[in-house]
Ligand binder design. Structure first.
Ligand SMILES: *[C@@H]1O[C@H](CO)[C@@H](O)[C@H](O)[C@H]1NC(C)=O
Ligand SMILES: *[C@@H]1O[C@H](CO)[C@@H](O)[C@H](O)[C@H]1NC(C)=O
Length: 797
């Protein structure tokens, strides 16, 4: 007590000195950041395994759980946590902290869990944090008990972890006031032990035994209300202490659970412990990490009545190389307890109990058991759970026959074996009440569906070699959950054989385009886990996506695990973000739409053509450009000197009105820059008409013929001769302009007019448009064709 006071005073003095050195912190102590605590939305900030040397400055102020475990932090300051007024859990385990001043946490009024285990703490100040429920200071370098008697006021404390190097009688007195649930006492580095009575009254007590096996802590231990005792690092020398300590009669009668971890002993020691426990009031015994034990051929064990209900032996190898193992099998098989676990023990066999057994739970996982286990074994009628995970079973049918006499068996775990079902002719016979079967991580193919318990409700078949689910299998009416993950299925199975299926896991298979049709038969299906498949993002997948969109089905892990794999350009895109319109996917719709669009476009073109006379305009523009081109190519200057007129016009008497009133005024209308030779106006008297015409033609740059049915019948002959003579219709028809005033039906043209017919056929004429709006272009075209600078013109101008 005096020593404690002194230590506490010293700690106070240290704080004072620290305060002087770090005035900044003193000031800030009074300015803790207060944020109204709202516990509901806790924020967990994880900085574990980050190689941090100090506490980060940017920890969010909302943080309620701060994990800083596994770093290299050696010092902590009040400024590190001042702003974290909502912090409830702080994990600083596995760091390098040497000193602890509990004052650091004075701003963290809600702090409940503080884990400082696995550090280098040597001293701790004497300032109890009354809000703490969980304080772990185990695995540190404290030489004395790090907590002074003031810590007796931490009435909320339920869990306390301590490590101590020196134990004096009075050390743990302050604990008497606490209402601890769990006390972890790390005595591994114990170097001074003043033996005396160690009294604890926590419900759970965990002692890490001193590595110095001369300290007989267990002989001094007295527990009052302890129900569970965990002892770690038990030396051979402690076994007698342990066995003397174990409850017997009224002594330590509260103890129900004993866990011995990391125990150094041989088979004889184990038998000693087992027999003592067997005769004590303990109900559950766990022995783990017992190393390797050679099993002798003869040993004694008394299977008297016992309070023991469950025995677990883990990570303890029994070797029977030099001896007959049957006595050891008999020892375990004939235990009249309800639960037995022997795992990681190298077992290659186990006997069938020699009489009706009490076993309800058997766990022989991680051994080397084979198909010979429990063959024709009729004494396990109460067995409900059988766990044979990670053994060497090969024959599924043999396993089914093993279970058939186990009338109470509900759960069988055969995962991680080498099971196959090849023998299709022999029928499987399963225990009739088997509801849950784990066949994961075996070598089963689709034939497994011909060897399943009829009433099975939960079936795990993940990590096998299943390619399809055969259609002709028997109905599993009760099946509610099936796990087919990590197989090679290419499509979703229907539920015709599994009408009650609620949960289907088909992750990590080969689904590319899962059809949505399966859903029609799966009306009871609620959840589908189908992520991590190589989905092909095309039209077919839309219906599958729609199952989720319409809320018909819950896709587990949607959307993060559902990604496109094909086509490659879409690889990695979430199915959620893959959109393709209905029209593209529906062929008939697509064709209809294309036809409608094409028809509409054609109709529109036709409409535009007829409404705006586009073809006519195009033709005129074409002709105009042809004329321009020809003008540019030829060199009319050579014969310009003989020309007096731009054009000669020839027409039928019947069309003279149009020529005089329309054609000539329109061509000549401006300033006489265009001159027209007209036979009524410009003909020379005394010459014959033909001579006059030829004269006129020769003096004109171009000849314009106004064609109409009348013209063809009455006038054409006048020119035939001349045309034949002068080759006016040379190959390109240069010099000749035909205006079609009215349409001339071909039959009107006399057969002998070959030239005319040829010209008409070539359509090298200008059509006179009746439509006023088009006439402007007509005139422009015509003018362009006859436009030329005549020498006389120049003289005139
Ligand atoms: C602290 O972290 C260690 C290691 O991650 C973990 O075992 C321990 O339970 C954590 N403690 C608390 C109080 O969360
Ligand atoms: C089947 O066993 C494996 C381990 O072998 C386990 O991960 C899985 O959860 C078990 N399945 C069920 C349905 O319990």
């Amino acid at each position: 007590m005096v020593a404690n006071k002194e230590m506490c005073n010293m700690a106070k003095r240290i704080i004072l000195v620290t305060n002087i050195f770090f005035q900044y912190f003193v000031l800030t102590i009074t300015f803790c950041t207060h944020i109204q605590p709202s516990v509901e939305n806790g924020l967990t900030t994880n900085y574990s395994h980050r190689f941090l040397a100090s506490i980060p400055k940017n920890v969010p102020a909302q943080t309620t759980v701060l994990d800083l475990s596994y770093n290299s932090i050696s010092e902590i300051w009040i400024s590190d946590f001042r702003s974290l007024s909502k912090m409830q859990t702080l994990n600083l385990s596995h760091n390098l902290i040497r000193e602890l001043d509990f004052n650091i946490f004075q701003c963290n009024e809600t702090l409940e869990h503080l884990d400082l285990s696995h550090n280098h703490l040597q001293t701790a100040s004497c300032h109890p944090i009354t809000s703490l429920k969980h304080l772990d200071l185990s695995y540190n370098n404290f030489s004395d008990i790090p907590l002074c008697s003031e810590f007796g006021t931490m009435l909320n404390l339920k869990y306390l972890g301590l490590s101590v190097k020196k134990i004096q009688k009075s050390n743990f007195r302050f604990l008497a006031h606490l209402q601890l649930n769990t006390l972890v006492l790390d005595l591994e580095g114990l170097s001074e032990y003043g033996s005396g009575i160690l009294v604890f009254n926590t419900k759970n007590l965990h002692i890490i035994m001193p590595s110095n096996s001369d300290f007989h802590v267990l002989s001094d231990l007295e527990i009052n209300a302890t129900e569970s005792l965990d002892l770690s690092n038990i030396h051979e020398k402690h076994i007698i202490d342990l066995c003397t300590f174990l409850p017997n009669g009224n002594k330590n009668a509260s103890l129900l659970n004993l866990t011995l971890h990391n125990i150094q002993c041989d088979w004889k020691g184990l038998m000693y412990i087992l027999q003592t426990v067997w005769e004590s009031t303990i109900e559950h015994l766990v022995i783990s990490n017992g190393g390797q034990m050679d099993v002798p051929e003869t040993f004694k064990f008394n299977h008297t009545d016992t309070s023991l209900r469950s025995l677990t032996i883990k990570q303890t190898t029994f070797t029977t190389i030099y001896s007959e193992p049957t006595p050891m099998y008999r020892l375990f098989a004939n235990m009249n307890i309800t639960a037995l676990t022997i795992s990681d023990a190298g077992l290659i066999y186990m006997l069938c109990p020699s009489q009706y057994s009490h076993f309800k739970y058997l766990d022989f996982s991680n051994n080397s058991l084979t198909d010979a286990l429990f063959e024709s074994c009729n004494n396990l009628t109460l067995l409900q759970s059988l766990i044979l995970q990670r053994n060497k079973f090969k024959n599924l049918m043999g396993v089914s026959l093993m279970t058939s006499p186990m009338k109470a068996l509900k759960y069988l775990d055969m995962s991680k074996n080498l099971l196959q079902y090849k023998d299709n002719r022999n029928k499987c016979h399963w225990g009739e009440n088997l509801l849950k079967l784990n066949l994961s991580s075996n070598m089963l193919s689709e034939s497994v569906f011909r060897c399943l318990p009829l009433n099975i409700q939960i079936l795990d078949l993940h990590s096998n070699n299943i390619l399809t689910i055969p259609k002709d299998i028997m109905e599993l009416r009760a099946l509610e959950e099936i796990n087919l993950a990590s197989n090679k299925l290419a499509d979703l199975p229907g539920c015709l054989q599994f009408r009650s299926l609620r949960l289907l896991n088909i992750e990590m298979n080969s689904l590319t385009s899962p059809s949505s049709e399966f859903y029609h038969s799966c009306q009871s299906l609620k959840e589908l886990k189908a992520g991590h498949n190589p989905f092909k993002c095309s039209c077919e997948i839309r219906q599958f996506i729609n199952l989720q969109r319409k809320g018909l089905l819950k896709l587990v892990d949607w959307p993060g695990s559902y990604l496109c794999w094909y086509p490659e350009v879409l690889r990695g895109i979430r199915l959620e973000d893959f959109h393709v319109s209905d029209i593209i996917c529906n062929t008939t719709q697509l064709i209809t739409v294309i036809v409608i669009v094409v028809v509409a476009a054609v109709a529109l073109v036709f409409f535009l053509c007829f409404y705006f006379h586009i073809p006519w305009y195009l033709k005129m523009i074409w002709q105009w450009t042809q004329v321009k081109r020809r003008n540019w190519k030829s060199h009319p200057e050579d014969h310009l000197n003989t020309l007096q007129f731009h054009a000669f016009v020839s027409y039928s008497e019947h069309d003279s009105e149009w020529v005089k009133n329309v054609l000539i005024p329109n061509l000549e209308k401006e300033d006489g820059s265009i001159r027209i030779c007209q036979h009524e106006r410009n003909f020379v008297a005394g010459k014959s008409i033909v001579e006059n015409i030829i004269d006129c033609i020769e003096k004109s740059y171009k000849s314009i013929f106004v064609l109409s049915p009348n013209f063809v019948q009455s006038e054409w002959c006048h020119y035939e001769l001349y045309f034949a003579h002068h080759q006016l219709f040379s190959e390109d028809g240069y010099g000749l302009i035909l205006i079609l005033l009215e349409l001339i039906p071909t039959y009107v043209i006399p057969a002998r007019y070959h030239k005319l017919k040829a010209l008409m056929a070539k359509r090298t004429y200008l059509e006179w448009p009746k439509d006023k709006s088009k006439q402007g272009l007509f005139w422009a075209n015509l003018r362009a064709a006859i436009q030329i600078k005549l020498p006389k013109n120049e003289e005139i101008n």
